[in-house]
Design a protein around this ligand. Sequence first.
Ligand code: UD1
Length: 383
Amino acid sequence: MEHGETSFHNIIVTGGAGYIGSHVILSLLLTRKFKIISIDNYSNSHAESLERVSKIARESLPVDASEEDKFSVIIDDRKVDLTNSLAVREVFEAYGKGNIWGLIHIAALKAVGESGTVPIEYYRVNVAATITLLQLMDEFELHRLVYSSSAAVYGIPPKIPTPETTALKAKSVYGRTKAISETIIKDICQSNPKWRVISLRYFNPAGAYESGQIGEHPVGIPENLLPRLAQMAAEQVEGPVNVFGNEYNTRDGTCVRDYIHVVDLAEGHRLALEALSDGSLQKTFGNVAGNNVNYKAYNLGTGHGKTVLEVVNVMKEVTNFAYEIKFGNPRAGDAPTLTADPALAKTELGFSASSDLERICRDLWNWQAKNPAGYGTQRAQRS
Ligand code: UD1
């Protein structure tokens, strides 16, 4: 079977092999409505993740699955760096004008601390490469986009839970790359009603697919709380847990975050993609002021926050690991509390994150216990 010959929608997912990307692709494949082209440079991901996604999807097919169904679970896995525009162009050319239905742009650099030390690199990868991608999309008549943004665009928000109407005042270079990209994309939507774009502002994605076959495998020592706790329990990294500040104005003095199960987050991408179809346009964009501007941003979160100490306690129960806790200084730019107002995504996308923190931690631990060194590559042995 050749590209473009099936009844499936061809979808490009950038950052497809990464933690979020692999779960998003799985969510799409399980619907049996999409054929996936993944673009990833494997700078913070592993090819094995896509092999496992494809295997899960293949095994979920019914015994009488059609040849088309069997073809659809084979991912067109392209090892391409998004900043190499010629290589990206080749992917678009392989399918041809009008043959790709939608694009989910997840690939980005995402380490908040690092972004302040190498800002040019963050703007080059997160903003400049996004502009090139938008140009190619326009040239190849592809105007449906789901863009990965972040709650980091809000900085320290004045209103908790935080609605999408909150002013974007990011506190980090990383957050600004996302806010700037959102602004650019919105301007493009304003210039031409052909574009239909949804930005998804992630709160704190965590957990793993319930079978434990795919999950998060950050390169190097994880900076984020949950992967760090999981790797400590799996004896991949050493303790103690350094809690960044315990004098915040929160219930126990530590920061509150809205942890969302990565499988719920992935479902949010599927819903957003489907909201870009002709039949959903009125519902999705009908109430945008100024009309004819098909751009919306949605929070993806649960609406409920947990403190750092609450997270450590749940992980302790789930893993039986005796975490040693050390209270350190607050981390620069950290918001005391960051929780989503999830109402808009619920009304307009039909999205709701059903998994609680306990479920997130259980699934995270299931993945980590089954794959102590992640995808088991040389990188894992080095870290
Ligand atoms: C950050 C970014 C987010 C990004 C995410 C994943 C912001 C506001 N958020 O989330 O956009 O998508 O990383 O890269 O910039 N903590 C500790 N000790 C640790 C690690 C974390 O106490 O060793 C605390 C942090 O202070 C924070 C909470 O745990 O309150 C969660 O931290 P983390 O997992 O790093 O996520 P965020 O900083 O919330």
